[in-house]
Design a protein around this ligand. Structure first.
Ligand code: CO
Length: 134
């Protein structure tokens, strides 16, 4: 069902500082900051040869990651993203196996404009998993 690793997302307290640190200290290829109003996040993409890291910061009033940053003031890994071939089939199989899907269980367009769902971290060893259709 799962195929490729897509990204790891890290919530950071200062997106500009984090962007510069990845660029200057680690010599990484970093994107400009993109604001996703509908997702309530600002994101910097750190491009690696085989994958990417997404640095995230809350955007707007009701960001879904505000609480997370409050609880992790220095930042922390927020989720990992793995690709699947068919996200609807994946959701069906997960539900049959008692895995909870966050929200209303319907795949939504994510930051890469592809359908995504998030799996309940309590059902996957304390890790929030984003599944994205390839
Ligand atoms: Co993500």
């Amino acid at each position: 069902m799962i195929t490729k690793f897509n990204h790891v997302a890290i919530v950071v307290p200062d997106l500009n500082a984090a962007k510069n640190k990845y660029k200057e200290v680690l010599g990484a290829n970093v994107s400009e900051i993109s604001n996703y109003i509908e997702h309530g996040v600002s994101v910097v993409f750190v491009e690696l040869e085989n994958t990417k890291i997404e640095l995230m910061h809350p955007y707007g009033e009701n960001s879904p990651i505000s609480k997370f940053l409050e609880n992790n003031k220095n930042g922390s890994i927020h989720h990992i993203c793995i690709e699947v071939k068919d996200i609807k089939k994946a959701v069906e199989k997960l539900k049959l196996n008692g895995v909870r899907i966050l929200g209303d269980e319907t795949p939504k367009k994510g930051a890469h404009n592809k359908p995504v769902v998030f799996l309940h971290p309590k059902d996957f060893y304390g890790t929030l998993i984003e599944l994205e259709q390839e």
